[in-house]
Design a protein around this ligand. Structure first.
Ligand SMILES: Nc1ncnc2c1ncn2[C@@H]1O[C@H](COP(=O)(O)OP(=O)(O)OP(=O)(O)O)[C@@H](O)[C@H]1O
Ligand SMILES: [Mg+2]
Length: 1024
C-alpha cells in the first residue's frame, strides 16, 4: 500500500505536467476567440456538430474529438468570459445568480481528465461543476447525448440551470430529468444535447425502456454514449450497494391462506412442543442412567448412547430452536451422541430408519434444506377425517391415465385434466402455506431473526445485527411470520425489473466522474468500472490545519470534549461544521447544544434544497451546523465577511467513518480555494469502528499509558492505527460489493439477452416473420418430443402430439393425419438446419403441421386490419417475454436466497448459482417460445375479426379448435389506433363461454413432471 502511495502521486504529477502545454494551447486559442462576435463563436458549435455527425466509427470519432478539444475548451472558456464581462444574471432555482467564473488552468486540466474517461479528483470548492462543462460541451457536439449524473434532484436541477447558461450561449440544448416527469417530457429531455439527472432516474428509465415499454414510442432514452458522474464515489460506491428495483404485486400470493391456517398450525406446534418435551425428559433420564452418581459403569452403555442420540435427534428435527435441547447440547458429549445417531440414520440408502424417526413427530424441519414436512401423524392431527387432504396427488399418473383413457373427445379429456390440475393446485397452495407457517414458528425467533416495529416484521441481518427495513423474505415466508405475530399481512411484491448501479453505468460507451475523494478507492474504481483516477492540484495551495485525532475511552467523555470545543470556538465567532455518521448522533448532539443555548442547524440529507441553502450559509460568523455526511454535499461553503481573519471554518467530526473517503470529504468542506480553516476528529474506544476493527494494540497502548477518565490521547501514531482500521473495513466492504456483483453478473447476461430480444421485437418492422419462425421452432421441438426417429410409428405419442397441436392452433388436426404425413416422408432434412437430426418421417410431420398453421394464419390475416394486426403480433411476443421473465426473476430471487442458505460444503455457491441459473434461463427461453405459440391465434385486433375468423375455420375442425380456445383471447378494440394493452376482456369472456378455459394458473403443480410425458417440469411444458 505504501508502495502504491508512493508511486501514484509521482505518476499523477507527471500526467498533470504533461497537460500543461495543452492548457497553454487552449489559453492561446481563447485569446484569439475574444475578437469574434457572439454569432461567430456560436457558428463553431454548428460547424463541429455537422462534421462530427458524419462520423460513425468509434475510434475515428474519438480521434476527431481529441483534435477539436483545445478549440472547444477554448470556446467554453471564452463563453464564460463573455458571461462574466457582461455581468450576466442567471436564475438558478428561482434565485438570481451573477455569473463570475472563467475556468482556471487546473479546471482545464480537470476537464481533460474527464474527457479522457477518468475520475477527476478535485477538492471541494474547486469548481467541479464548471469543470464538467468543458468535456460535456465537447462530447455533446457528437449529437449522441451526454448525461450528467448527480446525487439528488436538487443538484440536477440547479446545475442544469446554472451551467445551462453556457451551453445555451454556445447553441446547445439542455434537459433535466426530474422525478415526477411523465414519459413525454422525459423523452424531450433525453433528446437534448445534454441531460442532467440522478442515477436512479437514469437507471429506472433504462429499465422501463427495455423491460417494460411495449413500443418504441414509449421508450425515452436514446442510448448510452457518455456519462459524467458527479460525487462519483457516493454514487458508484455507496449507492451501488443497493440495486435499482422496480417491483409490483406478486402473482404468487395466497395472502389469506396464512391467516386461515394459523390457528391450526399453532395447535400443531404446541402439540409438537409437548412431544419434544417428553423426548427431552426421556433423554435426560437416560443420560442420568448412563452416568450413575455412584460412578459405576452402566450396563449396555452403547445401546443407551444410541437411544439418547436418537431422542436428541428427534427434538432437533421437531423443534430445532428448543431451549431444553440447546442446554443439553452444551455438553459436547451429548452433541456427539446426537451427531452420531444422525449419521447412522443417513447411512442407510433407503433411509427407512430416518423415515421412522421422523414419523415419531408431527412434522419434521430440515434446517439445512429449509424444508418443513408434515408426517403421517401430523396429517392425522390437522385433518383426522381425511389425511389425504395434505398429500399431493400423483399428477403425472393421473393425467397420463386421462390421456391414454377411452375418452375420444379431446375437449372432455382437457376438462378432466383441468379438474385434476385444479385440485392439485389447491392442495399445493395449502401445503405450501402450512409449511411456511411451520418454518415461521420453528426457525424464526422474535428479536433474533426479526423484530417488530410499527406493526411490521423487520429482518435483522444475521451478520451485522442491523435492521433491514423494506427487505422481505421470499416465497411467502415473510407473510407467514406476519401471520404468526398477528401484524398486518402485507401483499407480496415481486421484482419486475432490476439492475445494479454498476451494471447500469457499464452500459456507457464512455464514463467519467468527479469528486473530492476518489484516491482511497482507486483500485475499486479501476476493478469495477475501469476508471482511472487523476488527482488535480488545487488552484490555490491548501492551508487547512488538521489536528491529530483525539481518542477517549468512552463515548461520554468524547462528547463532553466535543461540546467544550464547540463552545470555545463558537465564542470566538468562528463558524463550525460538525459532522456525524448517523442521524441519531446528530440529534443527540443537537439536544446537548440546545441545553447549552447554542443556536444551530441540523441537516440529515432529507430536504436537499433547503439543506443546500442552509449549508451555503454555514460559513457565516457564529454559525453552527450539524450534518450527517451526505447532507449538503455539492454545495460549497463560502466564508462570511471577517471569518477568514478569525481562522475560517472549523470542521469537527464526532467519529471516524468506516471509510476514509467520507472523512476526507468532511475535512475538505473547509479551507476551500486557499481559505484558512481547521479540522479535528474525535474518537472513543466505544465507537463501532474501534470496537469492531480497531486493533488490540490501540487498546493495549491506552491501558499501558494508564489512561484516566476524561483524559485524551493524541499521537500521530494513533492516526495511522485508526487509518489501518479504516482500511480494513474498506477492504472488507469492497470484497462484499465485489461478491454481490459477481452474482449479479449472471443476471446481467440474462437481462442483456432478454432486453435484446424485446428490442428486436419493438424495433423490428416485421414481427410476423419472427413469429412464424418461433412457431416452427416449437413445432420441431414438440415433434421431436412426441415422436422418435428410430421407433415404429405405432410407438409414437401421436395422440399427445395432436392434442398439443389442437390446443394451440385451430387446425383441427386428426391423429391419423400425422401418421399419413409421416408415411409420406421421403426427404431427409438438411444438416445444420432447424430440422437437423430428424428422420424423413418426422421432418414431413413438422412441415405438415407448420404448413397447416401458416395456412390457418393466412386465413386469420384476411379478417384483420393489417396495421392493427402488426401491433397485436408485437404484443403477443412481448407479453410472453414479460410474463415469463418476471416469473423468472422471481425464481432467480428464490434461487439466490436458497443458495445463500444452503451449505455447499466445499463448493463455491457462486458456481452452483451460475449452473442453476443457466439451467432455468434455458428453460425460460423454451417457455417463452412455447407461450408465444400458444397465443398466436388467441390474439386479434378486434372482437369482430376474431369471431369472423373462428366462423371461417373449416367446419370439421371448429369443434376441436373451439375446445382449445377458451384461454386468454387478446383483442383490442378500434383497430389500428388501439393500444394492444387495451385488452378487451369481453372478447375473452365471450370465447370463454363457448368452452371452458383450459389454462390453469401458473402455480399449478409447477414443479411436477409434465403430464405430456416430456420429462420436463409441468410449469415448463404444457401447463401454461
Ligand atoms: N473559475 C472560477 N472562478 C471563480 N469562481 C469559481 C470558479 N469555479 C468555481 N467557482 C466557484 O466555486 C464555488 C464552488 O464550485 P462548485 O460547487 O462547482 O465546487 P465543487 O468542486 O463541485 O465542490 P463540492 O465538492 O462541494 O461539490 C462556486 O461558488 C463557484 O461559483
Ligand atoms: Mg460539486
Amino acid at each position: 500500500m505504501n508502495f502504491l502511495k508512493w508511486i501514484i502521486p509521482s505518476r499523477n504529477e507527471r500526467e498533470v505536467k504533461k497537460l500543461r502545454p495543452v492548457v497553454a494551447q487552449i489559453n492561446e486559442i481563447e485569446a484569439g476567440l475574444q475578437k469574434l462576435s457572439d454569432d461567430e463563436l456560436r457558428q463553431k458549435t454548428a460547424d463541429w456538430k455537422a462534421r462530427l455527425s458524419q462520423i460513425q466509427d468509434k475510434t475515428e470519432l474519438a480521434r476527431a474529438l481529441n483534435e477539436i478539444l483545445p478549440e472547444a475548451f477554448a470556446a467554453v472558456k471564452n463563453a464564460c468570459r463573455r458571461l462574466t464581462e457582461r455581468k450576466t444574471e442567471i436564475i438558478v432555482r428561482e434565485h438570481p445568480l451573477l455569473w463570475e467564473m472563467i475556468p482556471f488552468d487546473v479546471q482545464l486540466i480537470g476537464g481533460y481528465g474527464l474527457h479522457s474517461g477518468r475520475i477527476a479528483e478535485m477538492a471541494t470548492g474547486e469548481g467541479k461543476t464548471l469543470v464538467a462543462t468543458l468535456p460535456i460541451y465537447l462530447n455533446a457536439l457528437t449529437g449522441r447525448g451526454v448525461h450528467l449524473v448527480t446525487v439528488n434532484d436538487y443538484l440536477a436541477a440547479r446545475d442544469s440551470e446554472w451551467m445551462g447558461a453556457i451551453y445555451k450561449f454556445l447553441g446547445l440544448t439542455v434537459g433535466c430529468i426530474l422525478h415526477d416527469q411523465p414519459p413525454r417530457v422525459r423523452r424531450e429531455q433525453y433528446n437534448c444535447d445534454i441531460t442532467f439527472g440522478t442515477n436512479a432516474e437514469f437507471g429506472f428509465d433504462y429499465l422501463r425502456d427495455n423491460g417494460m415499454a411495449a413500443r418504441k414510442e414509449e421508450q425515452v432514452q436514446r442510448g448510452h454514449y457518455f456519462a459524467i458522474v458527479d460525487e462519483v464515489d457516493s454514487i458508484l460506491i455507496d449507492e451501488a450497494r443497493t440495486p435499482l428495483i422496480i417491483s409490483g404485486p406478486s402473482v404468487h400470493t395466497y395472502d389469506e391462506q396464512y391467516g386461515q391456517w394459523k390457528p391450526l398450525v399453532e395447535s400443531l406446534v404446541r402439540a409438537q412442543e409437548r412431544l419434544c418435551a417428553r423426548f427431552l425428559s426421556e433423554a435426560e433420564a437416560l443420560i442420568k442412567k448412563l452416568n450413575p452418581t455412584d460412578g459405576s459403569n452402566p450396563q449396555n452403555s452403547e445401546a443407551l448412547e444410541h437411544e439418547i442420540g436418537l431422542l436428541l435427534f428427534r427434538v432437533k428435527t421437531g423443534q430445532p430452536k428448543s431451549e431444553g435441547l440447546m442446554k443439553l447440547l452444551e455438553d459436547p458429549e451429548n452433541l456427539k451422541l446426537m451427531n452420531r445417531a444422525e449419521l447412522d440414520l443417513h447411512k442407510d440408502q433407503k433411509k427407512v430408519d430416518l423415515y421412522r424417526e421422523k414419523e415419531e413427530l408431527l412434522f419434521a424441519i430440515d434446517e439445512k434444506s429449509f424444508e418443513a414436512d408434515l408426517t403421517e401423524k401430523g396429517r392425522n392431527f390437522v385433518s383426522p377425517k381425511d389425511p389425504e387432504a395434505f398429500v399431493l396427488p400423483e399428477l403425472t399418473t393421473a393425467l397420463h391415465e386421462i390421456d391414454a383413457g377411452p375418452e375420444p373427445d379431446a375437449r372432455k379429456r382437457m376438462e378432466a385434466k383441468t379438474k385434476v390440475q385444479q385440485d392439485f393446485e389447491t392442495k399445493a397452495q395449502k401445503i405450501h402455506a402450512i409449511s411456511q407457517l411451520l418454518k415461521a414458528y420453528s426457525l424464526y425467533q422474535l428479536d433474533v431473526e426479526y423484530v417488530i416495529q410499527e406493526n411490521k416484521v423487520i429482518i435483522v441481518d444475521q451478520h451485522t445485527g442491523r435492521l433491514m427495513p423494506g427487505r422481505r423474505w421470499s416465497d411467502g415466508l415473510h407473510q407467514a411470520v406476519e401471520a404468526k405475530e398477528g401484524v398486518e399481512i402485507e401483499r407480496e411484491t415481486q421484482t419486475l425489473a432490476t439492475i445494479t448501479i454498476q451494471n447500469y453505468f457499464r452500459l456507457y460507451q464512455k464514463l467519467a466522474g468527479m469528486t473530492g475523494t476518489a484516491e482511497t478507492e482507486a483500485s475499486e474504481f479501476f476493478d469495477i468500472y475501469k476508471l482511472g483516477v487523476l488527482v488535480i492540484p488545487t488552484n490555490e495551495p491548501c492551508v487547512r490545519k488538521d489536528a491529530n485525532d483525539a481518542v477517549y475511552k468512552t463515548r461520554r467523555e468524547k462528547f463532553n470534549t466535543v461540546l467544550n470545543e464547540i463552545k470555545q470556538i463558537h465564542a470566538q465567532g468562528r463558524p463550525i461544521l460538525v459532522g456525524t455518521i448517523s442521524v441519531e448522533v446528530s440529534e443527540q448532539l443537537s439536544r446537548m447544544l440546545k441545553r447549552e443555548g447554542i443556536i444551530h442547524s441540523v441537516l440529515n440529507a432529507k430536504y436537499h434544497q433547503q439543506e443546500a441553502e442552509i449549508i451555503m450559509r454555514a460559513g457565516q460568523r457564529g454559525g453552527v451546523t450539524i450534518a450527517t455526511n451526505m447532507a449538503g454535499r455539492g454545495t460549497d461553503i463560502k466564508l462570511g465577511p471577517g471569518v477568514a481573519e478569525l481562522g475560517g471554518l472549523h470542521v469537527l467530526a464526532t467519529e471516524r467513518h468506516e471509510a476514509r473517503r467520507i472523512d476526507r470529504q468532511l475535512r475538505g468542506r473547509c479551507a476551500r480555494q486557499g481559505d484558512p480553516g481547521s479540522s479535528h476528529f474525535f474518537i472513543s474506544l466505544e465507537d463501532d469502528l474501534m470496537r469492531l476493527f480497531g486493533s488490540d494494540r490501540i487498546v493495549k497502548m491506552m491501558e499501558r499509558m494508564g489512561l484516566e477518565e476524561g483524559q485524551e490521547l493524541t499521537h500521530p501514531w494513533l492516526n495511522r492505527s485508526i487509518q489501518q482500521a479504516q482500511k480494513r473495513v474498506e477492504q472488507h466492504n469492497f470484497q462484499i460489493r465485489k461478491r454481490t456483483l459477481e452474482f449479479d453478473d449472471v443476471m446481467n447476461k440474462q437481462r442483456e439477452v432478454i432486453y435484446g430480444f424485446r428490442n428486436e421485437i419493438i424495433h423490428g418492422e416485421d414481427v410476423r416473420d419472427r413469429l412464424m419462425d418461433i412457431m416452427e421452432e416449437v413445432v420441431v421441438d414438440k415433434v421431436a418430443q412426441f415422436t422418435n426417429a428410430e421407433s415404429e410409428f405405432s410407438e409414437w405419442k401421436t395422440r399427445q402430439l395432436a392434442d398439443w397441436v389442437n390446443l394451440n392452433f385451430p387446425i383441427g388436426l386428426p391423429e391419423a393425419e400425422i401418421l399419413k404425413a409421416a408415411d409420406s416422408g421421403k426427404e431427409s432434412p438438411v444438416p445444420e438446419s432447424l430440422f437437423a437430426g430428424l428422420s424423413p418421417a418426422q421432418f414431413a410431420v413438422c412441415n405438415f403441421i407448420s404448413d397447416s398453421v401458416r395456412k390457418a394464419y393466412d386465413l386469420k390475416i384476411s379478417f384483420e386490419n393489417p396495421e392493427a394486426l402488426k401491433e397485436v403480433e408485437r404484443f403477443t411476443v412481448l407479453s410472453a417475454i414479460d410474463r415469463l421473465w418476471q416469473e423468472h426473476l422471481y425464481e432467480m430471487d428464490s434461487l439466490r436466497y436458497s443458495i445463500g442458505l444452503r451449505g455447499y460444503g466445499q463448493r463455491d455457491p457462486l458456481i452452483e448459482y451460475k449452473a442453476e441459473a443457466f439451467k432455468i434461463f434455458d428453460e425460460l427461453m423454451v417457455n417463452v417460445k412455447t407461450e408465444i405459440c400458444h397465443n398466436i391465434f388467441r390474439s386479434a385486433s378486434s372482437m369482430l375479426a376474431f369471431e369472423n375468423f373462428l366462423k371461417n375455420v373449416p367446419q370439421q375442425t371448429l369443434h376441436q379448435a373451439a375446445s382449445a380456445f377458451g384461454g386468454t383471447s387478446t383483442a383490442s378494440s378500434g383497430g389500428a389506433q388501439a393500444k394492444p394493452s387495451d385488452v378487451v376482456s369481453e372478447a375473452a369472456a365471450a370465447v370463454a363461454e363457448k368452452a371452458k378455459p383450459v389454462r390453469t394458473g401458473p402455480k399449478v403443480g409447477r414443479n411436477d413432471p409434465c403430464p405430456c410425458g416430456s420429462g420436463k417440469k409441468y410449469k415448463h411444458c404444457c401447463g401454461k
